[in-house]
Design a protein around this ligand. Sequence first.
Ligand code: PLP
Length: 366
Amino acid sequence: MTALDLDANATEALRPAAREALLAALDVGGNPSSVHGGGRAARRIVEQARAALAARFGVAPGDIVLTSGGTEANALALHGLAAGRRVLVGATEHPAVRSAAPGATLLPVERDGTVALGSLEALLTEGPSALVCLMAANNETGVLHPLGEVAELCRRHGALLHVDAVQSAGRIGLEALGAASIALSAHKLGGVPGAGALILAPRLHLPALIAGGGQERGRRGGTEPLPAIAAFGAAVAETYDIRRIAALRDAIEAGLRRIAPEVVIAGATAPRLPNTSLAVLPGIPAETQVIALDLAGIRVSAGSACSSGKVAASPVLEAMGFGVDAGCGLRISLPWNAPEEAPARFLHAYAEMYARLSSRRASRAT
Ligand code: PLP
């Protein structure tokens, strides 16, 4: 039986239109900066993809800087916006943001994973010129920050807002927040790794992080990865039935609660991405759970897969107050093409794993 992929937040399943666009772009080839016909054909592909992104997110094509992915888009934003500002970064932000903002002040989150608005307001009141960095949706829990309220607080206190929308774009709407910048990643929305984008507020100019040959109107040097950009444009132009995915996710959570009543779904009371569930099983390390499920043909992950295979306690769960259980969170994230039998297959494997591991846990305790 083929493995069941429930790890879409690590990389979303490839959209068929993205695959087609990628293959077509490989046939076109060429460097978009070349003046000859081949270069012009490649340029057209890049600009079509940019236009598709602009149409999907309701922005002007000229305000989109294409990058190599979400990590670079976040780094470009921080590089350009942080200078001379107090940087406030959510405690549950992805390492792509945390590492680009050394010395930033961490914004605490509530037990449900949403940013503590009172603390944000207090920090914004302390002085002007702040840059607030908050993700639209958390990669481990799927929790959505109340970005409308955050944007309003930033506006009132003259602060800039940078939003990492890598996990939310393509799954839920991207709110028009008046953000200075918004980071996107192609492989998280059905494209392939190698492309991403930073959407800038109208007329905002950011210095390049990589100057190179002046591509992207001097905002990001480097020859454009044509196939990845073509796939990015095709992926964003497509939509799918996210309510179907939400129903599958909800069926998984209902089953988990039946099988293992002590399981805690992190952030369950907060608004969340419809495809994501972080199930904390106290006393059973996430790595053990991931390996057991992998052997049963189920692909899930322990919190963030971006830590290159290293499984430690999740800083996200730590920030949410999970204490000793912060290393016991299993992330289930459904791709757009998850099969209808996904809940049944997952829950069958989980029940077997649970019976085995919890009897071991009980014998350890006696
Ligand atoms: N931001 C979030 C919330 C993510 O989940 C990830 C990757 O997991 C990134 C940024 C980095 O994106 P990329 O893999 O495109 O560099």
